[in-house]
Design a protein around this ligand. Structure first.
Ligand SMILES: Cc1cc2nc3c(=O)[nH]c(=O)nc-3n(C[C@H](O)[C@H](O)[C@H](O)COP(=O)(O)OP(=O)(O)OC[C@H]3O[C@@H](n4cnc5c(N)ncnc54)[C@H](O)[C@@H]3O)c2cc1C
Length: 440
């Protein structure tokens, strides 16, 4: 084996950035160690469909080992990278078996993504979970379907209304998609299945401090999305700030004053921040970070002063949006730089993001999409959404299975993934009792 073949690349994270980097290193004479906290690669854009019973978790989270099974130069280690030693060139991993291991690298690609941020109000998380991984999606799914069951069992009209009120905090794509789907559940998919609770009384309230939904999209698409949401029965409360969240509801503030909204189910879809690892890397390398804690990188996506360390995707600071395409293209670019270096070729041009557009679904057969200066909404936007998601969903089996579920849910009314486990229900009931005791 030549020296070149022994070049060791460590990739932290097997999300969009890490996976695309790893795949692009397929024919590179290097050994690649991928370290990821979970055994699956998560297709985050479809997570809201797991939370609302359309898709199963397996369809959006295929095993990394299966995706990479044909790539011979890859070794996968499950665990969380907790620190980087830039002098020794090792990463410290808290492995899945509870042990701490050190893994050496010659090149390091960090693609550890982002986490949700409660803007310093971490106590809100207990009452308003966010949507970032499979655990979150299954927890939210159990809360949403549990709420309809609780409403059915409730005799007190005030309490029943609390169960039938859903509050989404944050009107970006996740908040909008969740709001649209919960409204569809109440007014269409579950229609006729409950005999005591009137699901027509369901309130879906979408709150944001800014003045429009989908603020990252061009304004006409925000207007189209809001119109469609309103038609679905979603109440959008814009220029409204959530100032408190507890077990029974939320307190909001607008220019007109304060208001309380009683709701048992709250979902946090506002704000992202860098994971803890970003702080460790910044401390070890002296790299600057932005307000969200993301690492400032150079034009070739390396950490200044450390040409061997790349940071790609959501973890990198800059003007680029936190979307999958940025991570995919960043991962592929970083792998390309390593390939050129190993081949003794000159460095490539600085990283340039090719913006392929932005899209969000509102409900079945309705989505909005920004592609360059072009705008698509309604059915045209939805078909674009369908094509793009089918294209990028990983694995033939997952594509076929997701398409089948979409036919069932969108042409019919079925929501096949509605299970809340006994463990989840018991935990939920215990938490409800605890909250009731606390408020007495
Ligand atoms: C609910 C939701 C909906 C979204 N919808 C869209 C959408 O419609 N369109 C779009 O373009 N983008 C969307 N995004 C954003 C998009 O998913 C991200 O921009 C993209 O996933 C970023 O890729 P990444 O590789 O940087 O991070 P991720 O894909 O988040 O991957 C990070 C990986 O690193 C692992 N990891 C983290 N820390 C460590 C550690 N210390 N050690 C080991 N492993 C670690 C994680 O387990 C994860 O697998 C959405 C995001 C969310 C949460």
């Amino acid at each position: 084996m030549s020296d070149q073949q022994q070049h060791r690349v460590v990739v932290v994270g097997a999300g969009f950035g890490g996976l695309f980097a790893t795949k692009a290193l397929r024919r590179v004479p290097a050994s690649v160690t991928v370290i990821n906290g979970t055994s699956y690669h998560l297709f985050e854009p479809l997570l809201y469909q797991v939370a609302t019973g359309i898709l199963s978790e397996g369809e959006v989270a295929p095993p990394i080992r299966e995706i990479l099974k044909r790539q011979r130069n890859v070794d996968l280690k499950l665990g969380w990278v907790t620190d980087v030693d830039v002098d020794e060139r090792t990463v410290l991993v808290s492995a899945m078996n509870g042990r701490e291991i050190r893994i050496p690298y010659d090149s390091l690609i960090v693609a550890a993504g982002a986490r949700n941020s409660y803007f310093g109000n971490e106590d809100f998380a207990e009452f308003a979970p966010s949507l970032k991984n499979i655990d979150d999606a299954l927890e939210l799914r159990s809360r949403i379907f549990h709420a309809f069951e609780m409403a059915e069992l409730e005799d007190d009209p005030e309490q029943r209304q609390r169960w039938l009120t859903f509050v989404l905090i944050g009107a970006g794509p996740t908040g909008v998609e969740m709001a649209g789907q919960i409204a569809e559940l109440a007014h269409r998919a579950l229609n006729g299945q409950y005999h005591h609770a009137d699901l027509g009384r369901t309130r879906v309230i979408l709150i944001d401090a800014v003045d429009r939904v989908l603020p990252a999209f061009d304004r006409p698409l925000s207007v189209a999305a809001l119109r469609k949401l309103t038609r679905l029965g979603v109440e959008a409360r814009l220029q409204t700030r959530v100032v408190d969240v507890d077990a029974d509801g939320v307190e909001v503030r607008t220019a007109a004053g304060a208001e309380r909204i009683e709701a048992y189910t709250k979902i946090w879809a506002a704000g992202v921040a860098a994971p803890e690892l970003a702080g460790r890397i910044a401390a070890a390398t002296g790299a600057a970070t932005d307000r969200a804690g993301r690492i400032v990188v150079g034009p070739d996506l390396t950490v200044p002063g450390h040409p061997e360390i790349f940071v790609v995707g959501d973890l990198a600071a800059g003007d680029l949006p936190g979307v999958a395409q940025v991570a995919m293209q960043g991962g592929t670019y970083a792998a390309g730089v390593i390939r050129r270096r190993l081949a003794g070729r000159p460095a490539p041009k600085p990283f340039h993001y090719f913006d392929k557009g932005n899209m969000a679904t509102i409900s079945r057969f309705s989505a909005v999409a920004n592609v360059g200066k072009l705008h698509f909404s309604g059915l045209a936007g939805w078909f674009m959404w369908l094509a793009v998601h089918l294209f990028y969903l990983i694995g033939f089996k997952n594509k076929v299975s997701a398409l089948t579920h979409w036919l069932v849910s969108f042409l019919g009314r079925g929501r096949s993934e509605r299970i809340a486990t006994t463990q989840q229900i018991q935990a939920r009931n215990a938490l409800n009792r605890l909250a009731a005791d606390r408020s007495r």
